[in-house]
Design a protein around this ligand. Structure first.
Ligand code: FPP
Length: 249
């Protein structure tokens, strides 16, 4: 069945509404060009800006990108400080453009460990774009899926939710991305086939697409290929495609 026929039959909405991306391969992209890794991350920011526009053009409502994991602190200190500086520069360079594009920016992750300067930049990015409605871009920064589950449990306890009332739906209300539906499509570039502690709670029924393309080379063509693959999948959410025949009916 073609994707349009599928969508028309209601079997699966065209979608995806929410795409989550692990933007991997920046370091290898730079290495291939005999450049320091920093230049790969810099090219990665340009790629991200293009992908944000491509998502808007394709009516994607939510885009979540993994910009810095809880584990990325293990990288050499010059790479960590380079990434922090790059993110600060990207916010000041692209914030107005993102605003014009209709992007609402949200940051997810533990902000306590980042510098006050970066914290302020995140706060400014969020408040300056809070009214935008075209696309919600969540930037996972100092984020880990396990961190998210633990912080949600702590928040639920602090809110006085009794253990007997702690259902999956109730705990979801305390997750860092409670404002967004779960991702429909998860893309990881760079050829690695793993989740790396990204959105563990939210990807229970997400479709995964792994691409060998290095993130700085990822663009509209690769995004369309991933979306096409997504639309060819049959999402059953643990159910079955057709109602089983009832014996004797
Ligand atoms: C993984 O590639 C990439 C990262 C750890 C950083 C990604 C961050 C950006 C693209 C900047 C985002 C900026 C904003 C403002 C949201 P890698 O270094 O692991 O590449 P490798 O696997 O080739 O070494």
């Amino acid at each position: 069945m073609t994707k349009d026929a599928k969508a028309a039959s209601g079997e699966q909405a065209a979608g995806p509404r929410h795409i989550a991306i692990v933007m991997d391969g920046n370091g290898r992209w730079a290495k291939k060009r005999f450049l320091p890794r920093f230049f790969g991350h810099k090219a990665g920011v340009d790629s991200l800006v293009k992908v944000v526009q491509a998502c808007i053009d394709r009516d994607v409502e939510y885009l979540t990108v993994f910009a810095f994991s809880s584990e990325n602190w293990k990288r050499p200190s010059d790479e960590v400080s380079g990434l922090m500086g790059l993110v600060l520069a990207a916010v000041s360079r692209y914030l107005a453009k993102m605003g014009r594009m209709g992007v609402r920016i949200r940051i997810v992750g533990d902000r306590d460990a980042v510098s006050p300067k970066l914290r302020n930049a995140w706060n400014e990015a969020e408040s300056a774009t809070a009214h935008n409605t075209k696309l919600t871009m969540s930037v996972a920064f100092n984020y880990g899926g396990r961190w998210d589950i633990v912080q949600a449990c702590k928040a639920a306890i602090n809110a006085g939710v009794p253990a007997a009332e702690l259902t999956e739906a109730r705990l979801s209300e305390f997750m860092a991305m409670s404002y967004a539906p779960d991702p429909d499509l998860f893309i990881r570039t760079g050829g690695e086939v793993r989740i790396s502690n990204f959105m563990l709670w939210q990807v229970a029924y997400t479709e995964f697409v792994f691409s060998d393309c290095l993130w700085p080379e990822f663009g509209e063509k690769q995004l369309d290929a991933a979306i096409e693959t997504f639309r060819e999948r049959d999402r059953r959410f643990g159910g079955v495609k057709e109602a089983p025949a009832v014996a004797g009916a």
